[in-house]
Design a binder for this molecule. Structure first.
Ligand code: 0X9
Ligand code: ZN
Length: 426
């Protein structure tokens, strides 16, 4: 075991730290983040920005959050091997930084309570293991979706839109109070990025609220819902079993590195800014647009319903943003102001967490091949990326105790989208 860990750490230090401890396709190792830290460094001017960029390149650091302007922090995952050296370099350059997470593995170990007991209790009572007190595996999530389809057949339809690279079903839940799908519809997806666990948790919570809470019936009256809680199930499972910080799909690339970034793989402006042709990069765009079975299946399904779907929401983390296209460059759609007004109305519903609304490339960074841009490009007028909580204290490793507050805060905002599209004739 010690030897295995040593191998894992060795492969990280000397091979591919830009991508965190990289894939070990030659064995089913578990990646340890023992000793890894999350640092937040704040450049105050161009010289400091350039210095940080140089450091990122020198040590092939993984970036959790980009700095978008002076005085905005960049979050960096730092291997224990570089910490002493980097402390000195940052001190020399007088760049302020803060250690946000002192030991990533401890943070990971404390993130998700053991779910065995509550799961069994739930299974006995409800024939499923789902709850929103912990993060669940794909089996629990799919078990819950099947339970809903069986229990509420007039309301819920479980559609398999294809299979993932590793053969898992790609499920979309259709929730409709009428048997014919002629109402305007809202699409929500989660789990494009494997490690952003809060996203499938929020997507499943929305499903639960729409289906099982009678009071929310009014949200179904004039609108149909298509909700896909886990778009990248292979990656999601991999984060539970092997590498908590995995982001991409799990497809073979013909190199030692697996997977493409599904949010660089959609067929609009594919291969543009903020993407990489390096198969080991976290933002590898794939061999061609829609090379990944997951993005292909989703795009085929949505294309077939492009006239019905009026709102496209894709759930990510972290940062607390409602991001408006375009994301491929700092460009604004002709109807940007309408899109912004609706997003602002939605954001005004949040009570606990404050979300910033704005253009994606401007607020974050340009990144082409995103699902939001693609949805907009095929005519879905209200297309947004939601970056859920938090703003960086925990980042991707958001403790499970945050699930309920984040979900409860988010759900009321959906009313704003419903009211907007309910009267549209499709
Ligand atoms: O980089 C991304 O794919 C998203 N951020 S994340 O931290 N969740 O990875 C932002 C995507 C915004 N949309 C586009 N650039 N099209
Ligand atoms: Zn994401």
């Amino acid at each position: 075991m010690t030897l295995l860990l040593a191998i894992v750490v060795f492969s990280c230090v000397f091979v591919a730290c830009q991508t965190a401890p990289q894939d070990q396709s030659w064995t089913e190792d578990v990646v340890s983040y023992s000793g890894f830290q999350l640092w937040s460094a704040t450049p105050r001017n161009k010289t400091e920005r350039e210095f940080l960029l140089k450091i990122r390149q020198d040590y092939e650091l993984e970036v959790w959050r980009e700095s978008r302007s002076d005085n905005r922090p960049v979050d960096l995952l730092i291997s224990p091997d570089f910490q002493t050296e980097l402390k000195l370099r940052l001190a020399d350059a007088q760049i302020p930084y803060e250690v946000k997470i002192a030991d990533m593995q401890t943070e990971i170990n404390n993130e998700n309570p053991n779910i065995t007991d509550s799961g069994t209790e739930f299974e006995n009572r409800f024939s499923h293991k789902m709850d929103w007190n912990s993060y669940h595996r794909v089996d629990d999530i799919y078990g819950y979706l099947n339970y809903l389809a069986d229990t509420y057949p007039r309301l819920v339809q479980l559609v398999s839109v294809g299979s993932s690279y590793e053969g898992r079903p790609l499920y979309v839940v259709r929730i409709s109070s009428s048997s014919s799908g002629t109402k305007p519809a809202i699409w929500i997806d989660g789990g494009i990025h494997a490690r952003e666990w809060i996203s499938p948790a929020v997507a499943t919570y929305i499903i639960q609220q729409l289906v099982e809470v009678a009071d929310n019936e009014r949200l179904l009256r004039n609108v149909d819902w298509y909700i896909m809680p886990v778009m990248n199930p292979d990656g999601y499972e991999y984060t539970h079993v092997n590498n908590r910080l995995w982001r991409k799909t799990r497809s073979m690339t013909g190199s030692r590195c697996r997977g493409a970034d599904p949010n660089r793989n959609f067929g609009y402006q594919w291969g543009g800014k903020g993407t990489s042709r390096d198969k080991c990069s976290e933002i590898y765009h794939g061999s061609n647009a829609f090379s990944e079975p997951e993005t292909r299946a989703v795009s085929n399904f949505i294309s077939g319903k492009a006239n019905q779907i009026q709102v496209y929401l894709t759930l990510h983390s972290y940062g607390q943003y409602l991001l408006i296209p375009w994301g491929y460059a700092v460009e604004y759609p002709a109807d940007y102001n309408e899109m912004r007004d609706l997003a602002k109305a939605a954001a005004s519903k949040f009570r606990r967490y404050k979300y910033t609304v704005g253009n994606s490339a401007d607020l974050l960074y340009p990144a082409a091949g995103g699902s939001d841009d693609w949805a907009k490009s095929i005519g879905i007028k209200y297309s947004y990326t939601v970056e859920l909580a938090d703003t960086g204290r925990h980042g991707f490793i958001l403790p499970a105790s945050f699930i309920q507050p984040v979900c409860e805060d988010f759900f009321p905002a959906l009313e704003v989208f419903v009211d907007k599209v309910a009267t549209i004739k499709v």
